[in-house]
Ligand binder design. Sequence first.
Ligand SMILES: N[C@@H](CCC(=O)N[C@@H](CS)C(=O)NCC(=O)O)C(=O)O
Length: 238
Amino acid sequence: MAQIRFYDLEINQPGLIWSPNTCKTRFALNNIPYETKWVNFRNLHTIIPSITKSGKRPTVPIIEDLAHDNKPVQDSWDIAVYLEEAYPDTPSLFHGNIGLHKFFYDYANSKILPFLFKLVVSRIADNCGPPQLVKWFRANREKHFGQTLERFSGELSDNITALKNALTPVHNVLKQHLFITGDKVGFADVTLASYFAMVHAIEPDKFELVLNIYNDDIFRNWWNRTEQYRTGNNDARL
Ligand SMILES: N[C@@H](CCC(=O)N[C@@H](CS)C(=O)NCC(=O)O)C(=O)O
């Protein structure tokens, strides 16, 4: 029986596991029985506040902990910390080094994710739901970025170069260790695997460029190694 109710973000391929922030929670839930509730870019604005009742900007992931009075928790980092405390019998993803994982989480968010996001944002926009939602999403994001999504995305080669720079320290670690965390998977691995999962699902050809960014197998081998932690249908692509 599910202990956690987990809210994920659906686009026009039902069941596709693609959202970079929700994947962190999905992968962190690997050892805890959970059920998935799907929301979309439109209805999350009503569904999420009705659960969190916090007044915070509605985003996913959120969870409701069915084993603890349906307690709602929002935000992928806060959820990871919560699960670690509420489910001490499941394997830890922090290994007593929570500060280091927070550092990597922030690094990946600010230095890696933006370039991966630029590889996929146009295709997400075109496939985020029915035509009305597609129109709204594009207008909403273009207003936010102050430019068209295509302009915002820039040149593929520039993004790959910037990404390669940002991934250098990770590549250096993975040359010597099985995981970013060392010999055991940790939340740092969950974080980067989640961002990779977005490109894998949305733009498979570009994902090949990412895996080959150093013309070696380091990232590909690590990605394959993380498979056992990426539950669900990870081979589904848009
Ligand atoms: N810091 C938050 C970010 C959550 C977030 O931005 N989620 C996106 C989906 S990947 C979202 O819900 N977007 C809704 C929207 O932009 O309207 C976390 O890590 O949970």
